[in-house]
Write a protein that binds this ligand. Structure first.
Ligand code: FES
Ligand code: FES
Length: 174
């Protein structure tokens, strides 16, 4: 039997990645098995857990609900693209400082979903954060520390934005 494949080009975490993939390959498996980006987890086969959440063209997407071929030409960010130990993304800083995880299995997906939420709503209420968490399941934390982590991340993002604005204003005044 001849296996039909399709050539795809996807920008993943800022780098152009190209591959020949079967049309039925899920984006989650492309990231994990082809690109070896195993930070994207797979926790269910019912599209419910959210552990596989990544950003596709700036939108949080469950990567087990999308085919790799549908990501052809897109920009994908996985948890590996958020930040590094010496330069953490505010959401990572928030989880670190507010103890937003226990086993950590859900954490990559939760963080990517919350990056999507904070992009749309930089100052979410606790209720809005809990609403945003509806698509992601955590079996360990009881969610309270996750909520605190997201609130802290939102504060860090707002403070960084204010500092940037103040510096821009100071530059204009010179
Ligand atoms: S693996 Fe559970 S929603 Fe994708
Ligand atoms: S920290 Fe264990 S599932 Fe969320």
């Amino acid at each position: 039997m001849v296996t039909v494949t399709k050539h795809i080009s996807v920008t993943v975490n800022g780098a152009l990645r190209q591959a020949e993939v079967e049309p039925r390959l899920l984006l989650a498996h492309f990231l994990r098995d082809v690109l070896d980006l195993t930070g994207t987890h797979i926790g269910c086969d019912t599209s419910q857990c959210g552990a596989c959440t990544v950003m596709v063209n700036g939108e949080a997407v469950k990567s087990c609900t999308m085919l790799a071929v549908q990501a052809d030409g897109a920009a994908v960010t996985t948890v590996e693209g958020l930040g590094q130990m010496d330069a953490m993304h505010p959401i990572q800083q928030g989880f670190w400082e507010k103890h937003g995880l226990q086993c950590g299995f859900c954490t990559p997906g939760v963080m990517m979903a919350m990056v999507g939420l904070l992009k749309e709503n930089p100052d979410p209420s606790e209720e809005e954060i809990r609403d945003g968490l509806e698509g992601v399941i955590c079996r360990c934390t009881g969610y309270q520390f996750i909520v605190s982590a997201v609130q802290h991340a939102a504060k860090l993002i707002r403070e960084a934005e204010e500092t940037k604005q103040a510096m821009a204003n100071a530059g204009e005044g010179r």
